[in-house]
Design a protein around this ligand. Structure first.
Ligand SMILES: Cc1cc2nc3c(=O)[nH]c(=O)nc-3n(C[C@H](O)[C@H](O)[C@H](O)COP(=O)(O)OP(=O)(O)OC[C@H]3O[C@@H](n4cnc5c(N)ncnc54)[C@H](O)[C@@H]3O)c2cc1C
Length: 285
């Protein structure tokens, strides 16, 4: 808000404000805020006793993920696919994962998923299956197709534009107009991505191809998040809609579910929230 209203420094992705603790005095900073002072020294080589430090928002977690079908083994609706940690949606964090909770999530769900996957492997005859062989074939031809010469800079340009557009339109504050504009931009970026060619055809340790695949995954995820953010016409957790600032349990106490069909089209759906011991309440500070 400080940046948006012109009281910050820099623009766009480079916008920042300054955290100034100097007025608290050395004694208070040393005694009460030693960790913050340490972070300032470690990352910026700044002593917060003497100088302010640059602060800007960052994404530190993806809320949501691959939907867990059974919590006792972290299996999904795709047979043989298990999920855990940040990639999964175990629904233990609600709409805003609190600081410190994700490492506990990763350790607990990782153990359950590991046990589940091992048990499944022990009872399943491994066979690549026609679908997997077909998929491998498709990826092989895709590799040959996209590595027929090209300019990797175009790939980085798509990635950079995607980041800037996501930040501007879906970063912290969201509105219908911003999300609609973003959906259009993401479709354009997807078309540019689909037409992209990259220069490196080396089948071994080809990091350009890895980045190409990752960019495709990020675009897919961005489109899914944009679809869900557009449909959720309320504010909840980290999802802040300026046009719908209130939480709306009557209409949106449900999970957003985005699925993709064989043609790559995304579809919006919902899943009921199972409420057990704790009734959802508005969080008040
Ligand atoms: C700045 C920041 C601060 C954070 N602070 C905290 C904190 O204080 N406390 C807390 O609890 N959490 C914190 N988190 C969140 C926490 O770090 C992550 O949620 C957690 O590390 C996720 O663990 P993970 O094992 O699920 O996923 P990751 O650590 O992301 O591991 C996924 C791994 O899979 C690999 N991979 C990806 N694709 C493929 C592929 N196709 N084939 C093979 N490998 C692949 C990746 O290279 C990666 O090594 C923070 C996150 C950030 C970014």
């Amino acid at each position: 808000t400080e940046s948006r209203e012109g009281r910050g420094f820099g623009h766009g992705l480079e916008a920042y404000v300054l955290l100034d603790l100097v007025h608290l005095g050395k004694k208070k900073i040393v005694n009460d805020l030693p960790q913050i002072r340490h972070v300032g020294k470690l990352f910026e080589n700044i002593d917060l006793v003497e100088k302010p430090m640059i602060i800007r928002p960052t994404a530190h977690y993806s809320m949501g993920g691959i939907d867990v079908d059974k919590f006792d083994d972290m299996s999904t609706t795709l047979p043989g696919l298990f999920t855990a940690g940040e990639a999964s949606c175990v629904s233990i964090h609600g709409a805003n994962r609190l600081g410190g909770n994700s490492l506990a999530d990763a350790v607990v769900t990782g153990k359950i998923a590991g046990d589940g996957a091992a048990a499944y492997a022990g009872t399943t005859e491994y066979s690549a299956g026609k679908r997997l062989v077909d998929l491998a074939g498709q990826w092989k031809s895709r590799f040959v197709g996209v590595t027929k010469g090209g300019d990797a800079r175009q790939m980085y340009a798509i990635r950079e534009e995607m980041g800037a557009q996501l930040w501007d339109n879906m970063g912290i504050f969201r509105t219908q107009a911003k999300l609609a504009a973003l959906a259009g931009t993401l479709d354009d970026l997807q078309s540019r991505y689909d037409a992209l060619r990259i220069p490196n055809a080396n089948p071994v340790y080809n990091s350009v191809f890895t980045e190409y695949v990752e960019l495709g995954n990020m675009l897919q995820l961005a489109r899914a998040a944009c679809l869900a953010a557009t449909a959720r016409r309320e504010s909840r957790g980290a999802h802040t809609r300026e046009d719908f600032p209130k939480r709306d349990d009557a209409n949106f106490l449900k999970h957003s579910m985005v699925t993709m069909d064989e043609g790559g089209r995304l579809h919006m759906g919902w899943k009921a929230v199972e409420i057990a011991n704790f009734k959802p309440e508005e969080r008040k500070y």
